[in-house]
Design a protein around this ligand. Sequence first.
Ligand SMILES: [Cu+2]
Length: 350
Amino acid sequence: MGTFFLVAILALGFLIVFQIAKASEYVAVLKGEKKTFEQNNRINGFLMIVFLVGGLIGVWLCNEALKGKILGEAASDHGQKIDDMLYITLAITGVVFVITQILLFWFAFKYQYSEKRKAYYYPHNNKLELIWTVVPAIFLTVLVGFGLYYWFKITGDAPKNALQVEITGKQFNWIGRYPGKDNTFGKKYYRNISDPGNNQLGLLWEDGATHDDIVVGGSDIHIIVNKPVKLIIGSRDVVHDVGLAHFRMKMDAVPGIPTTMWFTPKFTTAEMKEKTGNPEFEYEISCDQMCGASHYSMKGVIKVVTQQEFDLWMARQKSNYVQIQKNETDQQKGSDTLATQTRTAAVVTH
Ligand SMILES: [Cu+2]
């Protein structure tokens, strides 16, 4: 019903504009072309100023209305730098925007057609062209240069003491892995992936380094405050993207090609709960790449905790290998008990 009304309103609007245009054509014929032209010219010139003032007020109002509604302070060291770059870029382009818009509309108004004036023919000026090419080029080079510098830093070598966490995307959630005590991620092979067999990452058990690897769900990834963390990102199926808006970080998760990025979180989840006044606050991992029907549901959580809390949490984790061994023993025990029960039952009935 709503769509019907919308279409009806649009059609009606079109009809009205069409009728007005037609009517003004008849009026022009009656009044004489020249007079109408002059009148239209004045109206258009005046509208240029209306657009200029209205537009600039709109920009200011929009800014006021949305102030404080964006993500707030960046929660990582690199995030802070990225925000600084964004604000510097906004300030420079903002000043240029305001100046050029004022000139554009003001000139259109001031130099509207007049019978008394003849246009000055001025087709070429090398000096001017050089200035308006070189000056923006310098500014853009500096901005892009800073961007590249931080990009190489974020994707480059992490500090030696960095915590290593592997994040793997799949349709439709995340899997985290820690290297365990040996600080080495064991080998994996995609053909070994088995969800029913509790080997979500396809770890190769022949490689001893896998035995202490700890695999956690995408809502249970823990990292340490004020300690660099290196994320090793991959995917099990299609291209996903680890989006960490609060840390201002994001990186594609590509099957077969590990990508990395590192940063240092500045506030624990608990501190952020206080800072934002939101007791439900969590650092969210969103998938920033359209990856299929349930793409929207790929929410993961990164918990930023103190070193002490992290150690306690880590001590409680069992490696994927140990979990599988335990399951197998339990199953073994289960079938043994069943066999004993059947035997006992057989003896009783006898
Ligand atoms: Cu995804």
